[in-house]
Ligand binder design. Structure first.
Ligand SMILES: *Cc1c(COP(=O)(O)O)cnc(C)c1O
Length: 387
């Protein structure tokens, strides 16, 4: 294995960031195409930034985020946190007791690693289901978690969503929805209801995903539960800081979902183009993806000897896409434990600018380079870590 643990993932990410820096300084920003769907946006006027230097600014922005956060997520009280992972941790610290059970229902495995890590931290027992027929609520359950849309953008069917919530209500157990991308994908593209309106007690979304905001988590819920989570967030420094709240606020004001809807139809043309050459790309709501298994099968089709693991193939391909073609996808830059699926999101600012033929050629060129190197482990290591 080339990328075998969290430390390896960290080194891979550092190498990717170095490559990105080289693009910016030796070429220019236009040579890079960020198709991750994570924008890291920071919209703010000079006037607003000046306000941050006083105590007045935070007061204004924290007040305003209550209003715009509720427009986006509904609920009784809004809590901005540093990351979605931070909000998940704060929620589990606040609501989950030692030895109690946490039950997670999601449309498809795997779950986001922060959920499992947080359960381990409080010594809770974690159970997960992606099949409603197997889903059941155990005695001594302190929290039910629902993922509305997975890391790979697999969407939960709204009827299943309602079914899990109704079972939780029967047992009087709070429901926490991880709607990191789902708060927009489910509602804007699939016309589903907001998670709070479906009966969730707590909801979190990522202001970085499919909207032009900073990496951060935005929570809503009933006032009592949000207050409990907020106390934990403050105790452990997990809350969002004023500059992030300002950028979240402006991204919320600007969000209209039109880019998502346009990408939803554009990906149909793109998948047709890809299918002239590949057989393992799949559609996502706003683009295309190739899974770890899919990429492995695609490489196998070319009768190549492979001397690296399946997952390594994804990291290597993602790094080649970045280094040779300037295409940024998640496996190159991700934090440890994130999905290794390679997703090309067409709703992104760079995705909107990129001609589909041009992107198609970049994907083919990088794939041919991948075929050239997969039988050479040393060469692959060099691509991933630059050492
Ligand atoms: C992205 C994501 C997270 C975590 O977001 P971070 O910004 O990395 O903390 C959690 N859950 C799901 C389903 C996600 O897609």
């Amino acid at each position: 294995m080339i990328v075998d643990n969290s430390l390896d993932e960290l080194k891979k990410r550092e190498n990717a960031l170095t490559i990105i820096k080289h693009f910016i300084f030796n070429k220019n920003r236009n040579a890079l195409f960020d198709l991750t769907g994570l924008s890291g946006g920071f919209i703010a006027t000079d006037q607003e930034i000046n306000l941050l230097e006083t105590y007045i600014g935070p007061a204004v922005f924290e007040e305003e985020i209550q209003k715009y956060g509720k427009i986006h997520l509904c609920g009784e009280k809004i809590l901005p946190v540093n990351r979605t992972s931070s909000g998940i941790l704060a929620t589990i610290l606040a609501l989950v007791e030692e030895d109690s059970n946490v039950i997670h229902f999601l449309p498809e495995f795997p779950a986001h690693p922060s959920i499992i890590r947080a359960c381990n931290l409080v010594n809770a027992n974690y159970f997960e289901f992606d099949n409603i027929n197997k889903f059941h609520i155990l005695e001594n359950t302190s929290l039910i978690i629902i993922t509305g849309s997975t890391m790979d953008h697999k969407i939960l069917d709204e009827n299943l969503f309602k079914e899990v919530i109704s079972q939780a209500k029967n047992h009087n157990i709070p429901v926490f929805v991880d709607d990191a991308s789902g708060a927009r994908l489910r509602t804007t593209i699939f016309n589903q209801e907001k998670a709070f309106d479906l009966g969730a007690d707590l909801v979190i979304t990522s202001t970085d995903k499919l909207m032009n905001g900073p990496r951060g988590g935005l929570m809503t819920g009933t006032k009592d539960l949000i207050d409990m989570v907020k106390v934990k967030a403050n105790q452990f420094g997990l809350e969002a800081q004023p500059p992030i709240i300002l950028a979240m606020l402006n991204a919320l004001k600007e969000y209209d979902g039109e880019d998502l809807i346009n990408a939803f139809s554009k990906k149909e043309d793109f998948i047709k183009l890809l299918e002239t050459k590949f057989t393992n790309f799949q559609k996502t709501p706003t683009g295309v993806m190739i899974s770890v298994e899919g990429l492995y099968n695609e490489v196998k089709r070319n009768n190549t000897n492979i001397s690296v693991s399946k997952k390594d193939l994804s990291f290597i391909y993602s790094m080649i896409l970045l280094k040779n073609e300037g295409i940024i996808t998640i496996p190159a830059v991700s934090m440890p434990g994130a999905s290794a699926t390679i997703r090309f999101d067409l709703s992104t600012n760079d995705g909107k600018k990129l001609d589909l033929e041009v992107l198609f050629n970049k994907i083919i060129n990088s794939f041919n380079e991948l075929l050239n190197v997969v039988d050479n482990e040393e060469k692959c290591k060099e691509i991933v870590f630059n050492n």
